[in-house]
Design a protein around this ligand. Sequence first.
Ligand SMILES: Nc1ncnc2c1ncn2[C@@H]1O[C@H](COP(=O)(O)OP(=O)(O)O)[C@@H](O)[C@H]1O
Ligand SMILES: [Mg+2]
Length: 235
Amino acid sequence: MSVPILDVVDLHAAYGRIEVLRGVDLSVPKGAVMALLGPNGAGKSTLVKVISGQKEATSGDIHLAGVHVRNAKSDDLARVGLCTVPEGRSVFPNLTVEENLRLMSYAGVPTAAILETAYSYFPRLHERRNQLAGTMSGGEQQMLAMSRALASDPALLLLDELSMGLAPLIVEELYDTVARIAESGVSILCIEQFARTALRVSDYAAVMSGGRIVATGEPGEILDTMADVILGGAA
Ligand SMILES: Nc1ncnc2c1ncn2[C@@H]1O[C@H](COP(=O)(O)OP(=O)(O)O)[C@@H](O)[C@H]1O
Ligand SMILES: [Mg+2]
């Protein structure tokens, strides 16, 4: 077994005195797509924030490609190859599509390469390259957020609820692209309420509940054994 791209060990985190991550253990193999499922309030977004350096852990360890990164800063994490699309849409609404993408060249990847990657995955962004990001549909904004994340040529992409507020058809389209991104060699951890959709493109799945990982396995296995937990509401 090679070193996992992400290895989280007994991770704890709290808001004030309320512990929200209560000993998270999670390992994502290099090159894999893993779906992280579970009910609202399970702690999934908090886990994303701690992994991506936006919130401090109280204890535990995080390794990215074997490098210890707990409480590392976002810049250092980017250098190790981590990129995050946080919950909600992380685009600048008053800038055009192309301006949003050009801003990402600070990380060292040439602008031309950033634009080419974005427009090849999402031809629609090319059509709309001069449009203000805030005037696009939710799905198009999410395409832009994903393109911005891809601009740093990540080894591991963390996606927190790509589907939020989007129509099912658009969600399917976004996940088709997630699968194509994975084929290019990027490892992906995707948090998702649309469990069936995420499982369709995943190699593995993990289920989080009450601040812990309560099951991991192959998608079919998780769908069979954890349906009540992961299909509550959205399918
Ligand atoms: N900024 C915050 N301050 C206090 N409590 C929070 C904050 N963000 C999340 N929580 C609480 O932490 C728990 C986990 O939330 P979250 O990580 O967003 O779960 P999920 O993404 O699985 O829905 C919930 O009980 C939520 O109310
Ligand atoms: Mg969340």
